[in-house]
Design a protein around this ligand. Structure first.
Ligand SMILES: Nc1ncnc2c1ncn2[C@@H]1O[C@H](COP(=O)(O)OP(=O)(O)OP(=O)(O)O)[C@@H](O)[C@H]1O
Ligand SMILES: [Mg+2]
Length: 242
């Protein structure tokens, strides 16, 4: 391994105190399109999430919920504003710092799953265990436990195109959780699940928050909002209490 790929020390460079919110967003602006087609999807979003919190974000289709989650997770760049996760900057970070931050602190559950098509379900979940510097055996053990917890053992050898939407959704969740992130960003995590499977996922997310980590979930489902500590509505480009 080259020196350029040396791992960061386990303690991030920015000193943390328990008073730091796990997530802080200030004045986030996101504009899509240009010219006459220009639309200001996010127009000054502020959000602070503390460790221990499960926060639900609701809002109409097209209101910008997925856009916001992607900015919070460093998957897209804001046009203005700042985001920090565990005291580390997201907006404005270099690609390299950002990928370290995502790997170390953030678990992202995509609305449309984004499982790797050539890998089976288990391999998708265990992928982070193969990354340089990962504690492979520990990550793999956690991945297998998540697969069992989410009732995916019987289909773990199937590839995404052979899985139902709900199974893909649960594999995507397991993949997001396998690295033991301190912040989970989940886009409609029970959107494709029946009541029983949805309840298992909500228990899991609630447990992560109760454990001193934090979850921000976008949802349309009242049973999901009901488990949240706070429900915020994204409307006209801003967040307000729902
Ligand atoms: N890359 C892009 N280029 C242009 N417009 C975009 C782009 N991505 C998103 N948008 C627009 O931004 C708006 C918000 O999209 P977003 O996916 O954030 O909505 P959402 O609240 O997650 O909706 P849903 O509940 O349907 O998932 C939509 O009108 C969408 O068309
Ligand atoms: Mg969306």
């Amino acid at each position: 391994m080259g020196r350029g790929r040396a791992l960061r020390p386990p303690q991030p460079g920015v000193p943390l105190t328990s008073a730091d919110p796990i997530l802080r967003a200030r004045g986030l602006v996101k504009v899509h399109g240009s010219g006459r087609a220009e639309r200001r999807i996010l127009d000054g979003v502020d959000l602070e999430v503390e460790r221990g919190e499960l926060v639900a974000i609701v809002g109409r289709s097209g209101s910008g919920k997925s856009t916001l989650l992607q900015l919070l997770g460093g998957l897209d760049r804001a046009d203005a504003g700042a985001v920090t996760v565990a005291g580390r900057p997201v907006a404005g970070a270099s690609e390299r710092a950002l990928s370290a931050l995502r790997r170390e602190e953030i678990g992202f559950v995509f609305q449309f799953f984004h499982l790797l098509p050539e890998l089976d379900g288990e391999a998708n979940v265990l992928l982070p265990s193969t990354l340089p510097g990962a504690d492979g055996p520990a990550v793999a053990a956690r991945g297998r436990a998540l697969i069992e917890q989410l009732s995916l053992g019987a289909v773990a050898g199937l590839r995404p195109h052979q899985l139902s939407g709900g199974e893909q959704q649960r594999f995507a969740l397991a993949r997001a959780l396998v690295g033991d992130p301190s912040l989970v960003l989940a886009d409609e995590p029970i959107g494709n699940l029946d009541a029983a499977a949805g309840a298992v996922v909500l228990d899991l997310l609630r447990g992560i928050a109760d454990d001193g980590r934090a979850v921000v979930m976008v949802t349309h489902q009242p049973e999901a909002s009901a488990r949240a500590d706070r429900v915020l509505r994204l409307q006209d480009g801003a967040l307000t209490p729902a």
